[in-house]
Design a protein around this ligand. Structure first.
Ligand SMILES: *Cc1c(COP(=O)(O)O)cnc(C)c1O
Length: 405
């Protein structure tokens, strides 16, 4: 299938190119010291990911430790309530640790093991990536250093406790605003000093090459499983698929199974409180081209061209850019990116919980909210949502702010 000058029959062979570009997006805009480290990871990945030993081990881990394949559930009550459209969910909330993030963390940590590394390093904001990586590190017997801003450590006490129970070192970063940005800087500085012994594990399809490609490849299991399962359940492909987009890893994972199929694809961004800069994190919808955190993509910028402050009710979507592949698919028109706001998301959170017995992560509730809107417009056909994670982590916050609906 062709879209513009892009042939999706051969898409995964050609994108990204050898320098990590999806069209003009991607690349590796990093200091020379870090280039050597990234080249080492790229070379190792290209060799190791093709070996049957690595592939078989990852397959076994997914099955025996993560509980894959995760099922697809037909959302009968939700579908009936809306009308004629059949709505389904790919249940990444049932992946071990309750979200899709473990899919790439297990891949990254297995790569670290094959490369002979002793330690994995990362930053974390809300703590979700930190917990997933700490889980993977425990499984493989690797040391794990998680850099986290002092402000976030205070806010995210349960996740900090989880990381520590799993044996990770949570390193408090106190300079500047003491949040995610400072944690990224501290983690990269530590990594550059010690890259022979460790590997940096990025938490989404963002950052310099090879991470957008590698994380996509590890997450593509979601789309590969989903395509097969959906056909088995219904004898057809879904008419539309939907995922929420923060950095974009759960979305690209699902999309990877359907890019070359006649399926409408939607990425849902958080509109937060509204369209004013600072009140949302809908970078693909409202942003423009720019370089940050080592890659070229579409981003939200302030008046000086720096990453703008962003907001989302979902901490996992609270990021001023998205992966370069999303920027590419956006410009190409293969994926449509659209928004839902906080209110619509909270409604969907309660609706799915009550009608289906599934409490979604607030991130995933964005995809559910969009599915509800789209189903009303479509009148007939089927929709598959990527339910990227479960909502246990969000219930205290929701009850405190919104009560029971
Ligand atoms: C982190 C997270 C997201 C957002 O990250 P992506 O890389 O955009 O997938 C979405 N859903 C859940 C449950 C998360 O934990």
């Amino acid at each position: 299938m062709k879209y513009g000058n892009v042939d999706f029959d051969t898409y995964f062979k050609n994108y990204p190119d050898k320098d990590g570009y999806f069209g003009k997006y991607g690349g590796a805009y990093i200091p020379d010291e870090l280039k050597a480290a990234m080249n080492e990871i790229t070379d190792a990945y290209f060799t190791i990911c093709k070996s049957s030993k690595f592939i078989n081990e990852l397959h076994r881990i997914r099955k025996e430790f993560q509980g894959r394949p995760t099922p697809i559930s037909y959302l009968e009550h939700l579908s009936k309530k809306i009308g004629q459209v059949q709505i389904y969910a790919k249940r990444e909330d049932l992946n071990h640790t309750g979200a899709h993030k473990l899919n790439h963390c297990m891949g990254e940590a297995l790569l670290a093991k094959y490369m002979g590394k002793k330690k994995v390093i990362a930053e974390t904001g809300a703590g979700q990536h930190g917990v997933a990586l700490a889980t993977a590190a425990a499984y493989f017997g690797l040391e794990c250093d998680i850099y986290m801003g002092a402000v976030d450590i205070k806010k995210q006490a349960p996740n900090v406790a989880r990381m520590k129970i799993l044996g990770a070192n949570v390193i408090e970063v106190t300079n500047g605003l003491a949040t995610l940005k400072e944690a990224v800087d501290a983690a990269f500085t530590a990594y550059m000093k010690d890259y022979k012994n460790c590997i940096y594990c990025i938490g989404s399809v963002v950052g310099p090459h090879p991470f957008p490609m590698m994380v996509r490849d590890f997450q593509s299991i979601v789309g590969i499983e989903a395509r097969e399962q959906f056909i088995e359940m219904t004898s057809e492909l879904p008419d539309a698929i939907i995922a929420c987009v923060g950095g974009g890893s759960n979305a690209i994972g699902l999309f990877a199974g359907f890019l070359n199929e006649p399926v409408e694809i939607y990425g849902v961004e958080p509109l937060g409180k509204g369209t004013t800069l600072g009140e949302h994190a809908a970078n693909l919808t409202y942003g423009s081209e720019g370089i940050m955190h080592g890659f070229n993509s579409i981003m939200l910028k302030d008046e000086n061209g720096n990453p703008a402050p962003v907001y989302s009710i979902a901490s996992g979507l609270d990021y001023p850019s998205s992966g370069p592949e999303h920027a590419f698919l956006h410009d190409l028109g293969r994926v449509k990116y659209d928004v839902v706001n906080d209110e619509e998301t909270i409604d969907a959170f309660f609706t799915l919980s009550k009608l289906e017995g599934i409490i979604p992560a607030i991130e995933s509730a964005h995809a559910v909210a969009y599915a509800i809107k789209l189903a009303k417009k479509m009148k007939k056909g089927s929709i598959l949502i990527n339910l990227s994670g479960r909502g246990d982590k969000d219930i205290d916050y929701i009850i405190e702010r919104y009560g029971i609906r």
